[in-house]
Design a protein around this ligand. Structure first.
Ligand code: 9MG
Length: 257
């Protein structure tokens, strides 16, 4: 899954794809490089990010989604808002990536009617406060229980289980120790029986470990992505599609050998 943030303030690529032409070009480049899904986001969810209005989010993502109607791969929209979900699905998106796991009022209903895929992600707190001393007694158990409960809520709302993916939400209300523990014990989330999406790309835990700023975290991102694959993840959300694709191709060849 290639990341396409059409935001001025995302932590790694903020401001790079805010104009429509560069967003479209970048989406096409990621597909050429091997992305099987493009994830379009119009509101930054980096730590400390402030929410934008619904109108602003719509103005950012809808033109991109319309331009991608004929893209060769499915397009996902990274949003927490039911109004944006509905408009995005009308504009051609076939997946909703919600860092709030359809937790906003009306979100379950907004996706229940259609047949889109849905990624339910765990986050503790909200982007504006999630990194202020997050605490867990058992991070894997708590994330697993949360995801199981959100899957149950989605199914109760009429969303078929086959449409769902789950995601531990690396970096969302978790410190480096929590993120590493979740990665090491990813098979415990895989055992819920749904495809797991993992997003480590250029995140701050990698900066803490390597000492590099976001653009210098590509190698560490690929290492984390591969470990997630080995742990059973089936979708990797990444900025660096070509480099990650090479690593995945190597892993697949190794697995077959
Ligand atoms: C929007 N976004 C940023 N990081 C993410 C992650 O790790 N997973 C998902 N599903 N979405 C993310």
């Amino acid at each position: 899954m290639g990341i396409l943030n059409v935001t001025p303030d995302s932590f790694s690529d903020g401001g790079r794809y805010v104009d429509l032409e560069s967003a479209i070009d970048h989406g096409h480049l990621m597909v050429k490089d091997g992305a099987g899904i493009i994830d379009v986001g119009g509101e930054s969810t980096r730590p400390g990010a402030q929410p934008v209005s619904v109108d602003e989010e719509l103005a950012r993502v809808i033109p991109v989604l319309k331009a991608f109607r004929d893209l060769q791969v499915p397009v996902s929209v990274d949003t927490r808002r039911p109004q944006v979900m509905r408009a995005a699905l009308d504009a051609g998106a076939s997946m909703i990536n919600d860092v709030q796991a359809l937790g906003q009022a009306g979100a379950l209903d907004a996706v229940a009617e259609g047949d889109c895929a849905v990624c339910l992600m765990h986050m503790k707190g909200s982007p504006s406060d999630m990194q202020s001393a997050p605490h867990y007694d058992d991070v894997v158990g708590e994330v697993r229980d949360f995801l199981a409960a959100r899957v149950a809520a989605a199914v109760r709302a009429g969303i078929a289980r086959e449409r769902l993916l789950i995601d531990p939400g690396f970096g969302f209300g978790k410190n480096a120790a929590h993120n590493l523990e979740l990665l090491r014990r990813l098979p415990e989330l895989v055992s819920l029986g749904l495809p797991v999406l993992a997003g480590w790309s250029r995140k701050s835990t990698l900066g803490e470990i390597t000492g590099h700023p976001p653009a210098g975290r590509v190698a560490a991102s690929i290492a984390a992505a591969l470990l997630a694959l080995v742990g059973g993840a089936r979708v990797l959300r990444v900025h660096d599609v070509r480099e990650t694709q090479d690593a995945v191709l190597f892993w697949e060849a190794w697995s077959r050998a």
